[in-house]
Every structure is written in structure tokens, then in C-alpha cells.
Design a protein around this ligand. Structure first.
Ligand code: CGF
Ligand code: PLP
Length: 834
């Protein structure tokens, strides 16, 4: 790298390489410098917000040096890069993570203390970067952490939404959505006004034949929008590697605004172009596991994919290699079907712009892409109407038809005369209007397709993608079980537990190789170790109890069992079953004498999560939880025996506080519906036990930690279809305990019953699609087993320690290494300590 710096600049460059703070005093100097110059404030009026900003800038300076070096190292190595395309990156806060990954949190803590600040208060100033809905976006964020920590040459590509997922307020028990404007001051992004790409929409296609008889298609007309790059440095843990997340922001191509219109008095329209362009990256669609088919969403997808591919291709072309080497240099992973247009866009670049033959281009395309499926829910599988495509992306629609034609011809050769097979696998659905099936396009355009947990990967092969297994053979389909980064989800979220673990494993190496957790199992009978283990959990619960008091006004007893279900609100995740169970518990307690009640295990039922703004049933569930809380929490007969809490605005930074404080967490989806789940892994890694169904990664968690350490219940995925069939065609009765719960709601125990009738009739009158009634008895019984197990505190601690010790498999490092070996064919880049 050094040799590449021109002679006149080398001396200054070398001096600069050693700048940045090295110790506490140096850190303080940097903070003061940033307060006084970058922020143009004085230390006299430096509040916590300014301290946060200056501290972030001091760390950012360090990161950016490493980021530059990393990019240069990767360019010089000229080896294969992986590009992770995700429409969501749920990053959370950056400062704490940067301090820990760089290994300078202690320095910052001491420095801030000398300047008169508590580091916790400074960290709290940061606004979450919430560019995602839930599990899928957070998985992408964990992957970025692992890619950098493992020294892979990797870039993330996403959209820079001006508004991330909405902020949730609970008013009178109802969810209210408030816009999340998070960009006021964001020290973690670098605008790259020099890196812009023109993106075309609409227009028409003309075709002509060249001198060699080849058809040349040209996409003309329409409108152009500018994509501007914003770069976010991603620090690896305990390595200098600092990767890049590039987010695109949309801007009008035609400059600021139309002066002519302005001068002629047409004020509104003078800014219309600009506003229309900026709308593209304005807001994240707030649906999790639901496709709504809105035009603006398709615009977002193409805008982001086209800008990213332009960037990737430009980088490849600098190496002056032959096109056929593209897949040796570039791997692109499609996170769900959202970026599937990239398949078509690359084919367009190669055929229309670079003049390659169709076959050669298509070989390059299919060897470049991999596709990750995250759901089997039909309402989440993306489809776009053909007329919409025709209007917005006319050339891409033609290419899709060509891709489909060649694909169907190959299918026909393999399955002659099987018309139905052709209709089933076709990329075009012959409906009214016709639809483009994005998952089919993603499968046809990729060399590997993976699910995100074993059960899920099996299910996609036997259900939604069954025909494709016959067409392509089973080897194209594989599994990579999800993982989580132990840096954020253990070391950062639960520092005391991390420290206790390192005191027994002998180092912090378990944060790089999570299987080293196994060593703590030797200490599971060690009295002092167990005592500290329990104390840490209790302290985390005290902290959460304070937060509950502050935000809801309710006092909860930290000695009670904390039972937590935090995740997006969705019928398939079955928060309704949980709250029905809570009502059952309440009714049981009310029916007992005060003496009998005392034998009951006190519980705090904690819920959190956002409902998509248009998801009526999910909003009703939130309302019922709050309505039950309002009654139960004020019932003098009940006292500390049961509290029901809804925590507002669940997000990554709240998750970091809530997860370490749980005794029991609920992962109770209808079997076969939750592809994996990742919060289940986070809870167990923090010493909480799980009550769950045999679904998603719960199954592999059970295999790793042992059946004795998890509370499984409910019907199995393989039986769900038959049970549903029986609901419709056989005899169907609601579970008697659940009937009593419904009666209590209908009597008005929790306020106006009509407010909750949707939830009741879904179970009672509309076929109970999610099997709430079928699983209710088993759920209630298993909750009783939980109470019993929790009363044996010593037994509980043993389960907790054993579980954590056996969680090594669930690191996102393992997961990323599996992608690297099995899908991307890429190796880490050696990094010499500099
Ligand atoms: O992806 C999900 C989550 N809702 O974001 N899917 N989508 N789409 C799945 O439902 C989760 O089960 C999974 O853990 C997550 C990440 O793969
Ligand atoms: N939302 C947030 C804020 C999270 O932190 C997580 C995971 O930790 C999720 C959603 C995903 O949760 P689950 O896997 O339970 O769906």
C-alpha cells in the first residue's frame, strides 16, 4: 500500500497513519477538539448530546483510517469479493459497538469520566439506525459484523431511508406510529457526492439489427434519478479490518429545482421533480413477512439494485479481466427476493451494454448469484404485476420473458408434455393480470438457494420449491442455519456475563470462536460461579424493572419470573396465544383463596413489538395485551403474582437491555411458519430458557443444548396440514380452557368486548388457521412445568449454564463461514497487524 502513495505525499501520509488517539489523554484531546472545532461549541456548554457527537467523531476518525487501509488491502489483493444485497439493515447503535470492536471502551470510559460524563449516558444519546423491520434486517447487520471480524472482502449494499421503521407509541392501549427521522446528526455515514449513478425508469425499447445480424435492444426515454452513495464503516472485532456498507440515497437528476417554473409563479411544481425523486429512498416499507406490491417499492428495488450493480461492475472492470472471470471475482447474495432484479440487470448490462452473447452472459449471471429464502408464508412471496413492470421497466420485462422462455424450454426437454409442471415453475403466473414471481426468478438466476434453518430448508424443498428440486436436482438447494454476533449480543449487551465467562475460559477468545463457551460447563457445579451467574441475571432484571417503572409506571418485582415475548406482532408468531394464556392464569388466580394463591409462582409477562400499520389483527392483539395489563396490574387480589407489561417501541437497543433480563422467552409460532428466528438464539446465549414450538431454529437449539433445557410443546409441522383440513371438514371444538378465556373477554372483563372479537372469531369461527386452540392445552401445561422448574432455583441455574455453554454453534461467524465455503467460494484475506 505504502509504495502506491506518490512520493510528494508519502511523508505526510506516513505521519498521518499514526495519528488518532492512543490513550485516555489522547482520547480526551480528540473529544475536546471535536467539540470546539467540528461541532463549533465550547466545553462550557458541552451536554451529553455534544459529548456523544464528539466521542463518536473521535472513534470515527480511527475507523476511517482502518477503513481506508482495508479497502486498499482488498483492492491490492485483487481477490474475490462478496456483495450482500439487503433492503434492510437493522444496525441499532454504532458507538458502543465501535468502542468494543476496536477494544478501546475502557479508554473512552475513563476519558469521558474525567470530562464529567458517564459513558452509559453518552451511549444512550445515540438514535438507533433502524433501517429494517425485524429478523431479516438484524440478520444482515450480524452478517456485516462477522464478515468484517473474519476478514472477508465484503460490501453491504442497501438503501439510505430518510425514515426507518416508525417509532411506536402506545396511547390508551393502542399503537400509534410516529415517523422516525434519524438523520439529524449521523456521524457514522460519509456522503460520497462524487459517487453517483444515473438510474433510468419508464421509457421504451427500440430494437435494430446490427451488421452481423444481431439484435440490439436500446432502452430510451423515461426519466432519470440520481443515486448518491453514503458509506458506513463496519468495524471488525479485534482486527483492523473495517468493511463498507454502501447505502444509496435518491436525488433529482436535474439539479435543485426548476427556476423557470419558480419564476413564473408555479411554486409548487418547481420542487415537484426533486420531491418525486427523493421519495424513492424516503421511507422503509414497514411490513414484515408481507408483500403489498406497491409501485414505489418496485422503484426502490430497481433504484438500489441498479446503482449497486453499476458500482460492482465498475470495480470489476478496473481489473481489466475477461468477463468470464466475473464469477471468480464477484459473489452476490440476494437477501430474500427483494434484490432479485439484480439478476435481470446484470444480464441487461452484459447483453445490451457490453455485447456478450446471451448464453455466455447467462452463465456469468447464474454463477454470480446466490439466493436466501426467509419464509414459506404465501403472503410474503413477492409478485409484481406484468403491466406495472411493463410501464416502469420495459426492457427488464422483455429480458424476464426471454429468461423464462429459455428456462421453460429446458424444463420441457426434461419433462416433455408436462404442461402443469411448466405452469407451476414458470416465472410468469398466468393470472389476471399476469404476475412476475420473484422467487422463481431468483431460483432460476442463482447457483445456490438456501433456507435459514434445517426444518425451513427441508420445507422449502418439499413445499413451495418442490418442482424446482426436480428441475435442477437437490444440490442446488442447501441450508445455512442463521446465527448471531456474540460481540453485540453477549459482550455488548451483557458485559458482566461476558466478563464472568472470560474469567473461566481464560480469555475473550470465545468472542471469536464461540464454541469455546463449552469450557464453562466445567464450572456448572462451582458455587461461586453459580452465585455470580444468578447475581448477574438478577442485576439485569433490576435494570429492566427500572425501565418498566420509568416507561409504564408499573412496579414489578425483580424476583418474579420474567417471561418475555418481544418480536414483530404477527398472528403466526402467536402473541394472541400468549395473552390468552395470561388471561387463563389470571382467571385461575382469581378463583383461588388467598392462601392457595400464595403457592403460585409470581410472573411478569412482558411483551414488545411493532405491528405493521395496516395489519388490523396485529393491532388488536396489542390492544388486548394493554387492556389485560390495565386490569391485572391494578387488581389488589393479584399484587405481584402477575403483572402484564407492554414495552413501547421495541428496537435493537431495547433488545440489548431486555434480552439479558429474561428468565423465560417465548418462541411459540405455529409449527412450520417461523423460518428460523434469531432472538431465540440471543435469549439462550444470555442465560434465559425458552418455551417454544418445534419450529425454525428452536429444533437445532434443542439438539445442541439438550431436551432437558428447553420447554417444547405443541403440534408438529408435519401434522399442521391435516389438522387444518380437519378444522374445515371434520369436527372442531375450541379447547375448554380457551372457551373460558373467551367468555371472560366477552363479558367485558377487559373493556369493550367488540374491540377483541376479531381475535376470538379467528379461532372460533374462521378455521383457527394458526392452531391456537389445538396447541392451547399443551401450552398451558408446559407453562405449569416452567413454574415448577423455576421454583427449583438451583436446577434452573444448572439449565441456564448448560444452555449457554452449548450455544457455540449459533455464532454468525459459523454461519458466514458456511456461506463463504458452500456458496460464495471465497476465503478470508490475511491481515498483518499494523
Ligand atoms: O427472517 C424472517 C423475519 N421475519 O424477518 N423473514 N422474513 N421474511 C423470518 O420470519 C424469521 O424466521 C427469520 O429468523 C428471519 C431471518 O432469516
Ligand atoms: N426485532 C429486533 C429489534 C430484534 O433485535 C430481533 C432479533 O434480535 C428481531 C426483531 C427478530 O426477532 P425474532 O427472531 O424473535 O423474530
Amino acid at each position: 500500500v505504502e509504495a502506491s502513495i506518490p512520493e510528494p505525499q508519502r511523508k505526510a501520509w506516513l505521519a498521518h497513519q499514526t495519528s488518532g488517539f492512543k490513550d485516555k489523554d489522547g482520547f480526551e484531546t480528540e473529544v475536546v477538539r471535536h467539540v470546539e472545532t467540528t461541532l463549533a461549541r465550547s466545553m462550557y456548554n458541552c451536554d451529553e448530546q455534544a459529548a456523544y457527537s464528539a466521542c463518536s467523531l473521535a472513534f470515527r476518525d480511527r475507523l476511517i483510517l482502518e477503513w481506508n487501509r482495508t479497502q486498499q488491502r482488498q483492492t491490492f489483493a485483487d481477490s474475490k469479493r462478496v456483495y450482500y444485497l439487503s433492503l434492510e439493515f437493522l444496525m441499532g447503535r454504532a458507538l458502543d459497538n465501535a468502542m468494543l470492536n476496536i477494544g478501546q471502551k475502557d479508554v473512552a470510559k475513563a476519558g469521558l469520566a474525567e470530562l464529567g460524563f458517564r459513558i452509559e449516558d453518552v451511549i444512550e444519546q445515540e438514535h438507533d439506525a433502524a433501517l429494517g423491520n425485524g429478523g431479516l434486517g438484524r440478520l444482515a447487520a450480524c452478517f456485516l459484523d462477522s464478515l468484517a471480524s473474519l476478514n472477508y472482502s465484503a460490501w453491504g449494499y442497501g438503501l439510505r431511508y430518510r425514515y426507518g421503521i416508525f417509532k411506536q407509541e402506545i396511547i390508551d392501549g393502542y399503537q400509534v406510529e410516529v415517523p422516525d427521522y434519524w438523520l439529524d446528526f449521523n456521524p457514522w455515514e460519509f456522503p460520497r457526492h462524487d459517487v453517483t449513478v444515473d438510474i433510468q425508469f419508464y421509457g421504451h425499447v427500440t430494437k435494430r439489427t446490427d451488421d452481423n445480424g444481431k439484435t440490439i435492444a436500446t432502452w430510451e426515454g423515461g426519466e432519470i434519478v440520481k443515486a448518491v452513495a453514503y458509506d458506513v464503516p463496519i468495524p471488525g472485532y479485534a482486527t483492523p479490518s473495517t468493511n463498507n456498507l454502501r447505502l444509496w440515497s435518491s436525488k433529482a437528476a436535474s439539479g435543485e429545482f426548476d427556476f423557470q417554473k419558480f419564476n413564473s409563479g408555479d411554486y409548487e411544481n418547481s420542487v415537484a421533480d426533486q420531491q418525486r425523486a427523493e421519495t424513492i429512498s424516503a421511507v422503509l416499507y414497514p411490513n414484515d413477512n408481507l408483500d403489498r406490491g406497491k409501485e414505489l417499492r418496485l422503484k426502490q428495488q430497481y433504484f438500489w439494485v441498479a446503482a449497486s450493480l453499476y458500482d460492482i461492475v465498475r470495480r470489476f472492470k478496473k481489473s481489466r479481466r475477461a468477463w468470464k472471470e466475473f464469477p471468480d471475482q464477484v459473489a452476490i447474495q440476494l437477501n430474500d427476493t427483494h434484490p432479485t432484479l439484480a439478476v435481470v440487470e446484470l444480464q441487461r448490462i452484459l447483453v445490451d451494454l457490453e455485447g456478450l452473447d446471451w448464453e455466455e452472459a447467462w452463465n456469468i449471471v447464474t454463477n454470480t448469484f446466490g439466493y436466501t429464502n426467509h419464509t414459506v408464508l404465501p403472503e410474503a412471496l413477492e409478485k409484481w404485476s406484468v403491466p406495472l413492470f411493463q410501464h416502469l421497466l420495459p426492457r427488464h420485462l422483455q429480458l424476464i420473458y426471454d429468461i423464462n422462455l429459455f428456462f421453460l424450454q429446458s424444463v420441457e426437454r426434461k419433462f416433455p408434455k408436462d404442461r402443469e409442471m411448466l405452469a407451476r415453475v414458470s416465472i410468469i403466473e398466468e393470472s389476471q393480470p399476469k404476475m412476475v414471481r420473484m422467487a422463481h426468478l431468483a431460483i432460476v438466476g442463482s447457483h445456490k438457494v438456501n433456507g435459514v434453518a434445517e426444518l425451513h430448508s427441508d420445507l422449502i424443498k418439499t413445499t413451495i420449491f418442490k418442482d424446482f428440486v426436480e428441475v435442477f436436482g437437490p444440490d442446488k438447494f442447501t441450508n445455512v442455519t442463521n446465527g448471531i454476533t456474540p460481540r453485540r449480543w453477549l459482550h455488548q449487551a451483557n458485559p458482566r456475563l461476558s466478563e464472568l465467562i472470560s474469567s473461566k475460559t481464560g480469555s475473550q477468545n470465545f468472542l471469536k470462536d464461540l464454541t469455546e463457551l463449552a469450557k464453562i460447563e466445567h464450572y456448572k457445579d462451582d458455587k461461586a460461579f453459580r452465585k455470580e451467574w444468578a447475581e448477574i441475571k438478577y442485576a439485569n432484571k433490576v435494570r429492566l424493572a427500572k425501565h418498566i417503572k420509568k416507561t409504564t409506571g408499573v412496579d414489578v418485582n425483580p424476583s418474579a419470573l420474567f417471561d418475555v415475548q418481544v418480536k414483530r406482532i404477527h398472528e403466526y408468531k402467536r402473541q394472541q396465544m400468549n395473552i390468552f394464556g395470561v388471561i387463563h392464569r389470571y382467571l385461575t388466580l382469581k378463583s383461588l383463596s388467598p392462601e392457595e394463591r400464595k403457592k403460585f409462582q409470581p410472573r411478569v409477562s412482558i411483551f414488545g413489538g411493532k405491528a405493521a400499520p395496516g395489519y388490523w389483527m396485529a393491532k388488536q392483539i396489542i390492544h388486548l395485551i394493554n387492556a389485560v395489563g390495565a386490569v391485572v396490574n391494578n387488581d389488589k387480589d393479584i399484587g405481584d403474582l402477575l403483572k402484564v407489561i407492554f414495552l413501547e417501541d421495541y428496537n435493537v437497543s431495547k433488545a440489548e437491555m431486555i434480552i439479558p433480563a429474561s428468565d423465560l422467552s417465548e418462541h411459540i409460532s405455529t409449527a412450520g411458519t417461523e423460518a428460523s428466528g434469531t432472538s431465540n438464539m440471543k435469549f439462550v446465549l444470555n442465560g434465559g430458557l425458552i418455551i417454544g414450538t418445534c419450529d425454525g431454529a428452536n429444533i437445532e437449539i434443542t439438539r445442541e443444548i439438550g431436551e432437558q433445557n428447553i420447554f417444547l410443546f405443541g403440534n408438529l409441522a408435519e401434522d399442521v396440514e391435516d389438522i387444518r383440513h380437519n378444522h374445515t371438514y371434520g369436527s372442531y371444538t375450541v379447547d375448554p380452557d380457551l372457551v373460558k378465556v373467551f367468555e371472560a373477554i366477552e363479558k367485558g372483563t377487559f373493556g369493550e368486548p367488540n374491540d377483541f372479537m376479531g381475535m376470538i372469531s379467528a379461532v372460533r369461527d374462521h378455521g383457527d388457521f394458526y392452531l391456537v386452540s389445538d396447541d392451547f392445552h399443551s401450552y398451558i401445561e408446559t407453562q405449569e412445568l416452567v413454574d415448577k422448574a423455576y421454583r427449583d432455583q438451583e436446577g434452573w441455574i444448572t439449565k441456564s449454564i448448560e444452555s449457554v455453554a452449548r450455544m457455540g454453534f449459533f455464532s454468525s461467524d459459523r454461519c458466514i463461514n458456511e456461506y463463504a465455503e458452500g456458496i460464495w467460494n471465497i476465503e478470508p484475506l490475511a491481515v498483518k497487524d499494523q
